[in-house]
Design a protein around this ligand. Structure first.
Ligand code: PMP
Length: 357
């Protein structure tokens, strides 16, 4: 920290994204990207013609994309907010709805950015442990009287809570925002988007980064009651109104137009996930039941650190935290079946090497 930085950030510990090494070509199963390319429509939309318009600012309202998303999700355009990745939306939500008096609550094992935003805005946080089986106990959040943030399915566990449980949290916290982060919802989970019509305190956050193969384009969206959307727009127009660039807007519109392509890919990924779960259990791994495009798994005989390090040496990247309660787990993104076969081969080798065969 230089002497110029405000002392209010002295204790801030920034988020560490998953590694993106450039030293060799890895089988990249560490940051939950889609293994499939964007649709042909998206590739066509990011065209020479669009590039030639880069001298012009993009539409700060994102009108066309909002209308397309509203039609897809059965809501109105005024219920849709767009931003530069869903991280941006979470940032805005903490900025808008929390302060030193309005706290937040989220699970202890969840997306690592929640505590960073909480610290950034000096928000008092209640960090709630998961149950023994790694599930979120919705009762812990009922009547909690603070902003609630739950990833559903949760990351990095991949486990889901039900719509009925989400409703209980919403009903019992009528004066607080409940954020359901649905970054991984398209791989087999049940979205709570429809509940925005019944609960004006629900903010559903989604992203184009996972099921829509656009992590590199940075596009996220939120769906909520129009009042919440207006609050988020106020923050956006007070920071960076043009936070979605022209190429990303065009790509996003084309992605919604080619929704079927992404539904098919999500189905393929869910099938590969089920195959991977079975295969790893056969290799003596404990694998949580996942509804996401990743699995959370631990070998019953080899430490998480060794699995992570040996896989990396063999050219396969997975995510490892080495944190209390999950020290032996690694999170493995679901790639193509071919990529998963490489993973299985490398794991077999590691298991044999560790046994000293
Ligand atoms: N929420 C969760 C639970 C995530 O895992 C991620 C991906 N790191 C995000 C939000 C942010 O994704 P993006 O900013 O790419 O939309």
């Amino acid at each position: 920290m230089s002497r110029f930085m405000s002392p209010r950030f002295a204790g801030l510990e920034a988020y560490t994204p998953g590694e993106q090494p450039r030293d060799q070509v890895y089988v990249k199963l560490n940051t939950n990207e889609s293994p499939y390319a964007p649709s042909p429509e998206v590739l066509a939309a990011v065209s020479q013609a669009e590039v030639e318009k880069l001298n012009l600012y993009p539409d700060p309202t994102g009108k066309v994309l909002k209308e397309k998303l509203a039609a897809l999700y059965g809501v109105e355009a005024k219920n849709v907010f767009l931003s530069n990745g869903s991280d941006d939306i979470l940032n805005f939500a903490f900025m808008a709805f929390c302060d030193s008096e309005r706290g937040a609550a989220y699970p202890e094992i969840s997306y690592g950015f929640y505590p960073v935003y909480a610290d950034l805005y000096h928000v008092d946080s209640k960090v709630i442990p998961l149950k023994e089986d790694f599930s979120v106990d919705y009762r812990d959040y009922c009547g909690i009287g603070r902003m609630v943030v739950i990833a559903n399915p949760n990351a990095p566990t991949g486990m889901e809570i039900s719509l009925a449980e989400i409703e209980e949290i919403l009903k019992s916290n009528p004066d607080n925002i409940v954020i359901i982060d649905e970054a991984y919802i398209d791989f087999g989970g049940t979205s709570c988007v429809d509940l925005i019509k019944k609960y004006d305190n629900l903010l559903v956050v989604q992203t184009f980064s996972k099921s829509r193969s656009m992590a590199g384009a940075r596009l996220g969206f939120a769906i909520a009651d129009a009042g919440i959307i207006e609050d988020l727009e106020k923050i956006k127009y007070s920071t960076n109104p043009y936070n979605i660039n022209r190429l990303t807007l065009a790509a996003g519109e084309a992605a919604v137009d080619s929704n079927e392509y992404y539904v098919e890919n999500a189905k393929k990924i869910a099938e590969t996930r089920e195959m991977t779960t079975v295969r790893l259990r056969e290799m003596d791994f404990t694998v949580l039941d996942s509804k996401a495009n990743f699995i959370f798994a631990k070998s019953n005989s080899i430490s998480g650190k060794v699995i992570y390090e040996e896989l990396k040496k063999k050219g396969v990247l997975v995510r490892f935290w080495g944190k209390a309660k999950i020290e032996d787990f690694v999170r493995i993104t679901i790639g193509t079946p071919e990529q998963m076969n490489v993973l299985f081969d490398k794991l077999e080798e590691i298991i044999a090497e560790q046994k000293g065969d």
